[in-house]
Design a protein around this ligand. Structure first.
Ligand SMILES: Nc1nc2c(c(=O)[nH]1)N[C@H]1C(S)=C(S)[C@@H](COP(=O)(O)OP(=O)(O)OC[C@H]3O[C@@H](n4cnc5c(=O)[nH]c(N)nc54)[C@H](O)[C@@H]3O)O[C@H]1N2
Ligand SMILES: Nc1nc2c(c(=O)[nH]1)N[C@H]1C(S)=C(S)[C@@H](COP(=O)(O)OP(=O)(O)OC[C@H]3O[C@@H](n4cnc5c(=O)[nH]c(N)nc54)[C@H](O)[C@@H]3O)O[C@H]1N2
Ligand code: SF4
Ligand SMILES: [Mo]
Length: 740
């Protein structure tokens, strides 16, 4: 028997659930298990987490910078170079672009894994600033931007996102989410499925609204197979019924909430009958759902991807919070609550408010939201001639060639750039077009402090994990810092650049504490800590539970966290309003002007004749992670998962046969996929997962490129975006389906 040697513990960086992992070596292999002593995940792990070692050891993962020689990805060769040469090449090509076209020809696309790294969280903003361009794109506009915007409009803070208090609620209404596969999103809960099971076991209600009877819906007490694209309508139908029943139960929020009468007026068109006609959730079901929500001792409404990636995403997200507020469930235990992570401060109950649309895209005039432009406009901004056309793009941890709408056009656009720099560990569908790829070290060679998802967790928790294996690769913070310098025209030593960035924050903390900045710097400056760790330490020490550099001797610091490798439980969520508000007046306007101005569009849609024809929705599988984990053999073996799910009645009507190929055509494109006939999907809807299609020339993913899936985003249409958030429509896409 081979001995198992414990290497260490860390938080899984792969999805939002923040599972604690125990990393072992056995017989020269990684053995990754759930960490039973992690207070948050208590041993839970999913199949993806167990492959963290395999990801780290993937022979296709690049171990140093490469420069492309040749224009056609199919025939190009890749030259390994040192870091100095890579950055010099980038500098040279950038200078040429800036000289010829100015800085507005530069752009950046930041993908999802950025959110899973404190190094990227702290150092990406410097790169964006250094680029000095309005062309900032990210995966947020194919995902959760509607939630940021509704939070910004209601609470003054795009980051103030309430999460359902899963462990204490009596009633969870969940729309457009499938946490049994996804493990949750904008609601961090390790073992989300277990928490849902326990909710039902303790006599609670779980109502799942989804056009598919998902594995999450199988756990639920009720499943409503809504017509795709109509969640905002349903939520405003519920609001209408709730307001018709009673005065809103605002509870302690009554003092800070304005606009009940305007809300009543705004939802008046959304009577149960009208809403039933479009959502295909019946009027009696809508009424009883409203009544049950109002009567539940505690309840929470939670909506995700299926609700947000539609042209009414922000309205749906806003309506979600409205139902929470008017049932008295916002900010109370068992309702929808705000986390208070270790690196955050409590807040003063007022702020600077929020402005949308400060600039617009060049071609379509789509408004900026949260300093970003809609990624649905990326391809046209590259391909459309004229002043301000994007000529150079930096991608950091993103794969828009598979993940963003109308991806064939994105692919064409990427090939058209004068410079593409990719900070990415793999040569994939996007980075095959790069002139230079800058790969960060593997996941086990970096320290981890969870910034984003502790802010969205259903309990307050904190953990810091050191890098578990030594690496002489350039850390990702250093890649980003040096790239920022090169982009600004001043290459330099990343450590010095990082120090300069930290100095301002140290000065601010020192001023607040009445201390000498040099003393604080000396306490933060440890040879074994990266600059990103030092930023985390500073924020934690000045944060809600912090030691304030000795003022609160029992308070938290990175040292304290380092002593607790399984992490620390900081307790259940507590009420945070009104302190967490950042609106100018420190109040919540139920119907912010931006929402009021957009609502007539929804009313028009409510009254328009219901379109017939098929629509396409997405789906996630436990063993995939967007587009980038299909190179792990154990995760892709077995039956092909990239099938077109079709209801038996539709299959009969359209002449589709289980296992045979079908053509799917949308306004944007067409593809062929094998049919899977299943009654888990409602009539009129077909479903295809995203993130597949790795067979392109020039891709170096030896396992993934042998898989059979097709790229669903060939079908998604960049045209209809949510006007407030710029979010793309990835669900409820009109399609025509025929036997192939
Ligand atoms: N049709 C459809 N499309 C969708 C969705 C959908 O539901 N339906 N979902 C959308 C959602 S929610 C999202 S978030 C987006 C994701 O969109 P993206 O973020 O653009 O795509 P990912 O597939 O997550 O690709 C992540 C990239 O990061 C790289 N990477 C992995 N680890 C690291 C790292 O540590 N450092 C760096 N620098 N790079 C790393 C991978 O190699 C890969 O290139 O996709 C969206 N696309
Ligand atoms: N295994 C795995 N886990 C992941 C990811 C992954 O790719 N794979 N990606 C991660 C990322 S980046 C994210 S953002 C999260 C997303 O996590 P979730 O938001 O849970 O996303 P999905 O699992 O795609 O579930 C969305 C559901 O919405 C349904 N739906 C589609 N259209 C509509 C509609 O109009 N109305 C309603 N009510 N429902 C609709 C779909 O049928 C689907 O079941 O998952 C994360 N976790
Ligand atoms: S559920 Fe998410 S965080 Fe947990 S092990 Fe799986 S991928 Fe990692
Ligand atoms: Mo996402």
């Amino acid at each position: 028997m081979t001995d198992t040697e414990l290497v260490g513990y860390r938080t899984c960086p792969l999805c939002e659930a923040m599972c604690g992992l125990e990393i072992n070596r056995r017989g020269g292999e990684w053995l990754v298990r759930g960490d039973r002593d992690d207070p948050f995940s208590q041993g839970f792990i999913c199949p993806k987490g167990t492959t963290l070692g395999a990801l780290h050891d993937d022979p296709d993962r690049l171990d140093g910078p490469v420069i492309r020689e040749g224009d056609d990805p199919a025939t190009a060769t890749w030259r390994s170079v040192g870091w100095d040469e890579a950055f010099a090449e980038i500098g040279r090509r950038l200078d040429a672009v800036i000289e010829a076209h100015g800085r507005e020809a530069l752009a950046i696309y930041a993908g999802n894994p950025n959110v899973h790294s404190h190094e990227n969280g702290f150092f990406l903003p410097a790169l964006i600033k250094a680029l000095g361009t309005p062309n900032v794109f990210s995966a947020s506009t194919v995902d959760q931007m509607p939630k940021h915007i509704s939070s910004a409009l209601l609470f003054g803070d795009p980051g103030a996102i309430p999460v359902p208090d899963l462990d204490r609620t009596d009633f969870l209404l969940m729309l457009g989410a499938n946490p049994v596969e996804s493990n949750g999103s904008l609601c961090t809960a390790a073992d989300f499925p277990g928490r849902l099971r326990r909710l039902v076991e303790r006599g609670g209600r779980l109502v799942v609204v989804d056009p598919r009877r998902t594995r999450t819906a199988e756990l639920a007490t009720d499943h409503l197979a809504i017509r795709p694209g109509t969640d905002a309508h349903l939520l405003l139908g519920l609001t209408h019924e709730l307001l018709a029943m009673d005065e809103p139960a605002l509870g302690p929020l009554a003092d800070v909430v304005d606009g009940v009468d305007r809300l009543r007026e705004a939802v008046s068109p959304f009577d149960a009958e009208s809403v039933a006609a479009i959502t295909e959730v019946s009027a009696p079901q809508i009424r009883s759902l409203a009544r049950d929500l109002a009567q539940a001792p505690t309840a929470a409404v939670y909506a995700r991807i299926g609700s947000h990636t539609t042209p009414f995403g922000t309205l749906a997200s806003w309506a979600t919070e409205i139902v929470n507020i008017i049932t008295g469930n916002l900010d109370r235990p068992g309702g929808a609550m705000f986390a208070l992570p270790a690196h955050a401060r409590r807040g003063k109950g007022k702020g600077r408010g929020f402005t949308l649309g400060r600039w617009r895209t060049r071609v379509r005039g789509l408004p900026e939201a949260r300093s970003e432009l809609p990624v649905a406009a990326l391809a046209e901004e590259i391909l459309t001639e004229g002043d301000g056309r994007i000529r150079a793009l930096v991608t950091v941890a993103g794969n828009p060639a598979l993940s963003c709408p109308d991806s064939d056009r994105i692919d064409e656009a990427l090939a058209d750039l004068e410079l593409l720099v990719a900070v990415d560990p793999w040569r994939n569908e996007t980075t095959r077009h790069a002139h230079v790829i800058l790969p960060p070290p593997g996941p086990l060679a970096r320290s981890h402090y969870e910034v984003a998802f502790t802010s969205l967790a259903v309990r307050n928790v904190a953990k810091w994990s050191p890098a578990l294996v030594p690496s002489d690769a350039m850390p990702e913070w250093a890649i980003l810092a040096r790239l920022a310098a090169v982009v600004a025209g001043a290459d330099g030593d990343p450590a010095e650049l990082a120090d300069a960035a930290l100095a301002a924050q140290i000065d601010k903390a020192a001023a607040e504490l009445g201390r000498d900045p040099a003393e604080l710097r000396a306490e933060l400056d440890r040879p074994d800590r990266s600059p990103a760790d030092r930023v985390a330490d500073l924020l934690i020490r000045m944060g809600a539970y912090g030691d304030r550099f000795g003022e609160h001797p029992d308070g938290l610091s990175l040292d304290r966290l380092a002593d607790k490798p399984h992490g620390i439980d900081l307790g259940p969520l507590g009420p945070r309003l009104p302190d967490a508000l950042r609106t100018i007046e420190g109040r919540i306007d139920l119907v912010p002007p931006e929402i009021a101005a957009d609502l007539p569009r929804l009313v028009d849609h409510l009254r328009a004749p219901v379109a017939d024809g098929m629509v396409l929705v997405g789906r996630r599988h436990l063993r995939s992670n967007n587009s980038w984990m299909h190179n792990v053999r154990v995760l892709v073996k077995g039956k092909d998962r990239c099938t077109l799910q079709v209801n038996p009645a539709d299959a009969d009507r359209l002449g589709l046969v289980d296992g045979s190929p079908a053509w799917v055509r949308s306004r944007a494109g067409a593809l062929e996929a094998p049919v899977e006939v299943t009654d888990t999907i409602r009539q009129g809807v077909v479903s295809l997962p995203h993130g597949w299609g790795h067979d392109r020339p020039g891709v170096q993913l030896s396992v993934a490129s042998t898989t059979n899936g097709v790229n669903a985003n060939v079908l998604t249409d960049p045209g209809p975006v949510d006007p407030l958030s710029g979010n793309a429509q990835l669900n409820a896409i009109p399609v025509e389906v025929t036997p192939a």
